[in-house]
Design a protein around this ligand. Sequence first.
Ligand SMILES: [Zn+2]
Length: 491
Amino acid sequence: MTFNVLTAELSHETNTFSLRKTGKQAFMAHYALMGAAAIAERGDENTELAGFLDAGRAHAWRVTHVLSAAAGPSGHIGRKAFDWLCEPILDSIKKYPFDGLLLGLHGAMGLDFCEDGEGELLRRVRSVVGKEMPIAITLDSHANVSEQMCALADIIVSFKTYPHIDMRDTGRQAGDILQRAMSGEIKPRTVRVSRPMLEEINGGRTDIGPMIERIAAARAYEERDDVFAVSINAGFASADVATVGPTVLVSGQGNFAEHTAFAETVADDIWSRRFEVLNEYLSVDEAAAIAVTYEPHKGPMIIADYADNPGAGGYGDSTELLRALLDMGVSNACFGPMVDGAAVQVLQTAVVGEHIQISLGGRTDPDFGGGPLAVSAELVSLSDGHFTGDGPMIHGLHGSFGPSAVILVGGIEVLVVSIPRQILDLQQFRAFGIDPQNKHVVALKSMQHFRAAYEPISGQIIICDSGALCTPRYDRLPYRNVPRPIFPLDL
Ligand SMILES: [Zn+2]
């Protein structure tokens, strides 16, 4: 029997504290690709879609891929943009009789009229297809998973890696489970357990620490006959929502008391080890002091600004780390990105080699990460900001920082861009003429994803907290909607 399967990817990690609301333009600036165009860009790379298509070929489905859309993490999505994103999916399921749906979602999407964006999407989908059609979804492991999502999706599979490098595998796993559900072999549903925490305190790092054993336990439990997927979500702390925090999900059938008991043991482990923090968050001045004496025997020192990570909704225009590096006289270094479209516009009026005085960054909210920095800069190059990834996370995928410039400030090459993006691939510097491997110090904005491409070339990695919007000091954020008490706000 040939099944008709609808696939779609719709991803947004909503930082509810961000002053930048998310509209249609934010998706257009990142990617919003329909059907064949989405398959051409994402169909054979490390994406959920590629995994969906792998499953489709293996099971001889007729696949209708509707859209792949994502915006960089930012504030709430407005109703008009959300309706626009849902429309092609809802139109397709109204027109055609599908046997199953396969959706690649994030799991931390917040709308300006509803805090559970994925739940709202699934509610709209179910109102068309009814209760019986099997629906499988994939999630980023930084999902805040609601009971509604579990009730409306039969099958949920989250990434098991952070840095995320298993998107394709996750898509394939969800597709294989969906096949068994469509054929009537299994009838899965998903149970969820949670703990009152803003997040698994290490963000769910899977390269070191306790998550390694938890993922191994999840994989072992998945080997059971009536268990199809076990997902351990770290949660996403920059969302002031009732469902914030880590969850353990079991998509299965049969003895749910046993599945829930298993999930509780993993959740207990997350709770009991909540004080085991793997990252040491240095101040920017401490980080700069270490960097200025660094001897690059085995590669550059990487300094990650955890707090200004655009990949979690940080504005990317925090100036504190750059200020500290300049104050300390750190040289043979690069820094990126500094998200400041207005500065790029000024730089576009200069010629390469020209020295100009310019104000950099700190425009969005100086309370988080510092105000504008006045610097004397030499313009090194201008570009349209396009790059193509070649590392484990975004190999072969195209991205853009929008209009961009490289400037030399003191001994630091600074990548100034218009569109916020996390640094997670070497090409995000190399495409603009900066080779991180030849630098003594590479300062970048990322929490953990940078490790996939940068750990292999680095001599040492340090993490700092610039005080920007994604600061691990959660007491600085105005939480109102999370359930209290919650760790670590109420220790
Ligand atoms: Zn994530």
